[in-house]
Structures are given as structure tokens and as C-alpha cells.
Design a protein. Structure first.
Length: 397
């Protein structure tokens, strides 16, 4: 049974991840209503990702100074403010304010992404993959809770659609604050009598083959996932005429698929090693693209987005687990900041370009553009697996 920290983070994540879930579901739709040009419809979603990418380094530095607990609580209050600002922006019909609110949700998400590091630090190193996967189960709750609240409150303010959805977002963020009061700043990776090893230079950390592998797997998974997921609501609802409810159902299923495999993915990483799980995640994403290219029926959207979520889960958890084996405790904030800054930087680039590419081309073009980076990652993983001893990548409790 996991300790209080992991449980508190799991509950906090259940509320905290509703913010990006709601923004992904409604950001493009609201953007299409407020933006001066249709090609800017996905800008709010892209700005959410950009907010996360640009805040990764400051978030890590701030938590080094004030501790993870106060950093996480501060982020939750930023999420509350962002939801209220988004509601006001919709009420007033101001696209720039809605974009600013989305950016703030990204700032909040940058802190939330570091929950996984906090979970790993709360247990012994050989249990890190299980702690990360258990904590990420909170995303399943968020997958249903966020879109359900957003859909339920869509018409709460009459003709001003979606104002209530973002007020609901702020209310959900208050649950994050409550859960985080049970979290304590703790790390068990160093014995009390053990002198911490001195920190190395950043160059020495990032040139390790395993660090490159970890960051590449996470970056490819997050970027491809963000590229496809960002435009799915637009492609379904605006281009192919599916209802908001059908679109919400696909997004919900996708987010569940991102987190439900966490029931077993931590154990699978420990059993089969992170290279095998990264390869499995890459194949899941390539399968997603095949289904998305096949047709644009509801079942094809659903199947593609489910496989996209599974692929993301395998790549993200195995990448995060591998990352934990590339740095000393004294280097964790540096390594984690470099990792998240790079990973979510690629996601921001993907999300920022996705809307314009969909507007200029089509859904199929989005899929084809994802194939080259996945094939490059697959070749790198196969090569690294051949030169890496099995004993160094399989984690035994």
C-alpha cells in the first residue's frame, strides 16, 4: 500500500487534470466563436501547452526554493483564477482574455506535471514506476469529471454558452487545494546517514544515452498526442458535424485511455523494462494513425483516440521511469526541468501548429505528419535496446 503522499497526489490529480481536460474539450470550440479568424480557433489550446512548456523551468526552480507542497497549492489557485477569467472572457466576448486564461491553465498544468516526480520521490527508487502509475490513475477520474461538469454547465447561463463550464473548472480546482494539504515534502531516495553526491553539470546529465532516450520517448509521445488531440474536437464537431456530446465522449475515452493503463503499466515497466514499453507505446501510436486514416466515423475517431491515449501512457510512464535513473538526488530539479521544458516545448509547437495545418489541409495530413517522428523514435529505441544490458533496464523490487 502506498503512503499518504502518493494517495494525496492521486486525489489532487483527479481535480487538477480537469482543467486541461475542459480546455482541450472546449478551447477550440470557444476559440472558433471568439477568434477573429477561424485559423486561430485552436490558439487557446496551444497557449495552454505553451504556458506549460515555458513554466517548466520556473516551476522547478520555485519548488526548489519553497518546496513542492506550496508550489502545488499556488498552482491550484492559479487554476481557480484562470477558470474565472475564462468565464469572464466568454461573457464579454474577448478572445484575448480567453487566450490569457488558457495560458494560465498551462502554467497550472506545468506544476501538475511535476506530481509524477513528487510521487517517485515519496517511495524507494525501485518502486518509482508503480508509484507514478498509481498516482496517474487520478487522471481517470479527471477524464470523466472535467468533461461531465463542463457539459452539464454549458447552458447554465442561458445563451452565453460555456461560461458555466469554466466556473465549474474553478470549483474543481478547489478540490486540488484540499487534497494537497495532506501532502508533505518528502524524499526517500537518500539514506539519512548517506552524504548526497555532488551535482554534475547539466551537459553531463543530458548527454547520457538513457537521458536522451527518456526525453525522446516522452517528447514524441506528448507531441504526437497533443498534435492529434488538439484538433480532434474541431475535426469532429465543426468539420464533420458530430455533436458536442459525441465529441466529449471521444475526448473522455481518450483521457481514460491515457490513465487507465496505469493500473498495469508500472508493473509492466518493472517486468519488461522501459525500452520494451517505449516500443509498445510507439506501435500503439502508429496503430492510432492507421485507424484515423481509415475513416472519419465516430468509431474510427474513438478507436484512434483510445490507442493514442494508450501509446502516450506507455511512452510517458516508461520515459519518466527511465529519467529517474539518470540523475542524482542533488540534480533532480535540473534534470526534471530540462526534461519537462523540452517535452512540453515540443507539445506546444505541435499544438500551436495543429489548428493552422487542419485549417489549411485536412485531418489526414495531421496523421501523416506524425509518422516520421514515430519511426525515428522506433529506430532509436531498437538500437538502444540492442546495446543496453537487460539487467540495467528491468526493475526488480
Amino acid at each position: 500500500m502506498f503512503n499518504r503522499n502518493v494517495i494525496a497526489l492521486t486525489v489532487a490529480l483527479s481535480f487538477a487534470m480537469t482543467a486541461p481536460a475542459i480546455t482541450v474539450l472546449l478551447g477550440g470550440v470557444v476559440g472558433s466563436l471568439l477568434a477573429p479568424d477561424p485559423k486561430w480557433a485552436t490558439l487557446p489550446v496551444a497557449l495552454m501547452v505553451i504556458g506549460g512548456a515555458t513554466t517548466s523551468f520556473p516551476a522547478a526552480h520555485l519548488m526548489r526554493l519553497i518546496g513542492r507542497k506550496f508550489g502545488f497549492i499556488l498552482a491550484a489557485f492559479i487554476g481557480i483564477a484562470a477558470g474565472l477569467l475564462a468565464a469572464y472572457a466568454i461573457h464579454r466576448g474577448v478572445f484575448s482574455l480567453f487566450c490569457m486564461a488558457s495560458l494560465l491553465i498551462g502554467v497550472q498544468t506545468a506544476f501538475v506535471q511535476q506530481y509524477r516526480f513528487a510521487a517517485a520521490e515519496s517511495v524507494s527508487l525501485n518502486k518509482a514506476s508503480n508509484a507514478i502509475s498509481f498516482m496517474m490513475l487520478g487522471g481517470i477520474v479527471a477524464a470523466y469529471l472535467g468533461p461531465e461538469v463542463a457539459t452539464l454547465l454549458t447552458q447554465q447561463f442561458g445563451e452565453q454558452l460555456y461560461v458555466g463550464s469554466f466556473i465549474g473548472l474553478s470549483l474543481l480546482m478547489s478540490g486540488t487545494v484540499a487534497a494537497l494539504f495532506f501532502y508533505q515534502n518528502t524524499t526517500f531516495h537518500c539514506s539519512p546517514n548517506e552524504k548526497p553526491a555532488p551535482a554534475r553539470k547539466a551537459r553531463q546529465i543530458i548527454t547520457q544515452p538513457l537521458f536522451i532516450t527518456a526525453i525522446s520517448a516522452s517528447a514524441a509521445g506528448v507531441a504526437v498526442m497533443g498534435f492529434i488531440m488538439t484538433v480532434t474536437p474541431l475535426s469532429m464537431h465543426l468539420h464533420n458535424g458530430f455533436s458536442v456530446e459525441d465529441t466529449a465522449s471521444v475526448i473522455q475515452s481518450h483521457i481514460v485511455a491515457m490513465y487507465l493503463p496505469s493500473l498495469v503499466s508500472g508493473h509492466l515497466v518493472a517486468r519488461f523494462g522501459y525500452y520494451n514499453m517505449m516500443i509498445a507505446g510507439t506501435f500503439a501510436m502508429l496503430s492510432c494513425i492507421s485507424i484515423a486514416l481509415w475513416d472519419v466515423s465516430f468509431l474510427h475517431y474513438w478507436g484512434a483516440l483510445v490507442l493514442l491515449g494508450i501509446g502516450w501512457n506507455f511512452l510517458f510512464i516508461s520515459g519518466t521511469t527511465a529519467l529517474a535513473h539518470t540523475h542524482r538526488d542533488s540534480e533532480k530539479y535540473t534534470a526534471q526541468a530540462i526534461n519537462d521544458g523540452t517535452v512540453f516545448g515540443f507539445q506546444a509547437l505541435a499544438a500551436l501548429s495543429a489548428g493552422a495545418i487542419l485549417h489549411a489541409f485536412d485531418w489526414q495530413t495531421i496523421q501523416w505528419l506524425c509518422v516520421p517522428p514515430l519511426l525515428i523514435l522506433l529506430l532509436w529505441l531498437v538500437y538502444q535496446k540492442q546495446v543496453t544490458p537487460l539487467s540495467s533496464e528491468v526493475l526488480v523490487d
